[in-house]
Design a protein around this ligand. Structure first.
Ligand code: ADP
Ligand code: F6P
Length: 323
């Protein structure tokens, strides 16, 4: 017999489109299976401060199409301390929370694992635009962010074409270049700079632009991942060294918002439901992952040890397609 009566749900770390669809799925499947579901606001801050309210079927109406997270999100340094974790456990007891579904990134899962050491049952649901969680092929929000960036590149290409310019576009991803590499291919960029791969400005940026010009190219798109940084300086150097007029754009948080794509809504709905099913089956401390298009669950320690690396073949393909 499963002793869980009340499930808490929270969103933590950077928000991502589709988090609302995941919350809705946890709430509705949870209630369907007879659990009480409570929403914890502002990530782990809300757990520490008792910012917690019961969710009803109707409390998640009209959110499936909305970006952001109705529970709001936060980064909480106190939660990384023993005192913070103890406060969180006390508040969980006050509200009768038996298990918590944490929708967030790798950092949020590390926090969840820490809490599990104090006896809380935790389930992680991957949500971040970066797609940088080792244990899963996909994280909620990534597809929407890719489409947002691709739309921006298409617009930038229009004006780069008109003015025969080079455009340098900085996209999110402090530690991971998944967004940069994939939109580089989707947007037909000449150069993509990733945090996973060191680069030489002359050989990896200036040379392909000049060679492209000699083959008849008239405008250029350079994608720089946030983790590489320096888009404005890179643009100046390109202009100085090639004589091609160059502009820099830093896309910023526009990439984190917006209505989730159908893929993100469906994936979030499946993953949220899976989190509840895993609890219903009496499992503890799991992370919901996508592996080979299947949604599965994995032990949280194993999940946090799993690494993934950027696809070297895709890096090579982006270089070849830029010819
Ligand atoms: P994300 O979940 O998107 O990776 P962060 O890395 O900012 O985002 O983590 C979100 C929150 O999770 C942090 O503010 C903190 O409360 C908690 N957290 C992050 N890293 C750890 C850690 N190593 N140990 C415990 N808690 C952590
Ligand atoms: O993890 C998601 C993300 O958007 C990263 O791509 C980016 O580096 C970071 O969060 C930005 O964080 P903040 O919103 O705190 O500036």
């Amino acid at each position: 017999m499963n002793h869980i009566k009340t499930i808490g749900v929270l969103t933590s770390g950077g928000d991502a489109p589709g988090m609302n669809a995941a919350i809705r799925s946890v709430v509705r499947t949870g209630i369907y299976y007879g659990f009480k579901v409570v929403g914890i606001r502002k990530g782990y801050n809300g757990l520490i401060n008792g910012d917690i309210t019961e969710m009803s079927l109707r409390s998640v109406s009209d959110i499936i199409h909305r970006g952001g997270t109705i529970l709001q999100s936060a980064r909480c340094s106190e939660f990384k301390t023993e005192a913070g974790l103890k406060k969180a456990m006390t508040m969980a007891k006050v509200f009768g929370i038996d298990a918590i579904v944490v929708i967030g990134g790798d950092g949020s899962f590390r926090g969840a694992r820490d809490l599990s050491k104090y006896g809380m049952i935790v389930i992680g649901v991957p949500g971040t635009i970066d797609n940088d969680i080792g244990c899963t092929d996909y994280t909620i929000g990534y597809d929407t962010a890719l489409n947002t960036v691709q739309d921006a590149i298409d617009k930038i290409r229009d004006t780069a074409y008109s003015h025969e310019r080079c455009s340098v576009l900085e996209v999110m991803g402090r530690h991971a270049g998944y967004i940069a590499l994939n939109v580089g291919i989707a947007g037909g960029a000449e150069v993509v700079l990733l945090p996973e791969k060191s680069y030489d400005i002359n050989m990896d940026v200036i040379k392909p632009i000049i060679e492209g010009r000699n083959r008849g190219k008239k405008h250029y798109v350079v994608i720089v991942a946030e983790g590489v940084g320096g888009a404005i300086d890179i643009a100046k150097e390109i202009e100085e060294k090639t004589g091609i007029e160059t502009r820099a754009t830093i896309l910023g948080h526009i990439q984190r918002g917006g209505s989730p794509t159908a893929y993100d809504r469906v994936t979030a709905s499946i993953m949220g439901a899976k989190a509840v099913e895993v609890l219903k089956d009496g499992k503890k401390n799991r992370v919901i992952c996508m592996k080979n298009s299947q949604v599965i669950d994995m032990d949280i320690d194993e999940a946090l040890e799993t690494k993934k690396s950027i696809d070297k073949g895709l890096i090579e393909l982006s270089r070849i397609l830029a010819l």
